[in-house]
Design a protein around this ligand. Sequence first.
Ligand code: NI
Length: 176
Amino acid sequence: MSQVPIWFERKFEFSYSLDLLPNLLARLRGTPARLEETLRGFSRTILIAKPQGKWSAQEIIGHLVDSASNNHGRFVRAQLGDDLFFPGYDQAAWVSVQQYSAADWSELIALWRTFNSHIAHIVERIPQDVATQPRAYHNLDEIAWKTVPREQPATLEYFVRDYVAHMKHHLAQIPK
Ligand code: NI
């Protein structure tokens, strides 16, 4: 059974306002910039180490690039239709196929940071009524990080918050 995050329980209680999203937007903009500085000094050995066979730091950032590229399209398409029904992607297979550990680290984190700057640019321009519009037709029971049952309506605002929470979750996995 899915975990229900706090903002899901509250999602119909607060009225949407960009004023309520400064932390989220700051996280989208600020976290990558700060982390980029921290990680630039890491040795290659640490960046590609796979603790207990799990993703390396480079693969985690690569996975976050995949998340950004998939959700970029979703956040745009959601504003052009009434549903939140999108193709998923096989996350482990995407990381494996792209061989992120062989990627240039500077380019990879620059890509991740810039991609999230653009997503922040998109998010702060989502009209209020579009962000909070209940969407009856969605597959957030499959593609969200913290899922929403198919029979309950979902909002784009929720989906954006879920994207950022997912990013935060993976950043915490990177040894610092
Ligand atoms: Ni993930």
